[in-house]
Design a protein around this ligand. Structure first.
Ligand code: FMN
Length: 188
């Protein structure tokens, strides 16, 4: 087998029973053999971004850890809910911290997104906001197929949180295969 592509998975929900976290757990079975999925270091202890804190004490250790993981990855896959039509604040705060680093880790990094929400649109509006932030960071943004898991409460097993909806599994498989090719093209 050729070298596997390392894809860092950043989950935007901090909730224990999160559908997005459950979605990340479904990914290894749906990924092509040349994609290796890596769980990102946590960002829930990041302080709220404040340039004064950065100037006084530098970047907190956990921010450095996340930045290093992004740098080390061939690609980054965000799996996140939509909060009030946008990104969850904790995730946006994490991106804001990492974005202030000198050798900005998202620059020219192939990035992709999936979202699950309990609303019917599956986080579609948040994905546009994410695309805007990633554009500003000069990331290479994967386009289609898009993955929106709407009405998530009907698509995961109520007890085990296993992703049971076959059309959703099918589109994720298509997306991960296309994202693999996208990363390979960027690296070539
Ligand atoms: C602060 C907050 C804002 C929310 N805003 C939206 C929203 O804009 N659109 C939507 O579809 N769902 C919204 N929801 C509902 C989420 O889709 C739902 O809580 C979902 O389960 C969150 O993802 P998780 O299960 O991975 O934690 C919101 C939930 C919270 C807590």
């Amino acid at each position: 087998m050729t070298d596997q592509l390392k894809v860092l998975v950043i989950c935007g929900s901090l909730r224990k029973g999160s559908y997005n976290a459950a979605l990340t757990r479904a990914l290894p079975a749906l990924a092509p053999p040349d994609m290796k999925l890596i769980t990102a270091p946590p960002f829930d202890t990041f302080p709220l971004y404040n340039a004064d804190v950065q100037e006084a004490s530098g970047f907190p250790g956990p921010v450095n850890d996340l930045a290093a993981a992004v740098r080390d990855a061939d690609g980054v896959l965000f799996v996140t809910p939509e909060y009030n039509w946008s990104m969850p604040g904790a995730l946006k705060n994490a991106i804001d911290w990492v974005s202030r680093m000198k050798d900005q880790p998202f620059k020219e990094k192939p990035v992709a997104i999936q979202s699950a929400s309990q609303g019917p649109l599956g986080g579609a509006r948040m994905q546009y906001h994410w695309r805007m932030s990633m554009t500003f960071l000069n990331a290479f943004i994967f386009g289609t197929p898009e993955v929106f898991v709407g009405l998530a409460q009907t698509k995961f097993d109520k007890e085990t949180l296993e992703l049971k909806d076959q059309p959703t599994r099918d589109v994720i498989k298509l997306q991960l295969a296309a994202y693999t090719k996208f990363i390979q093209r960027v690296k070539a």
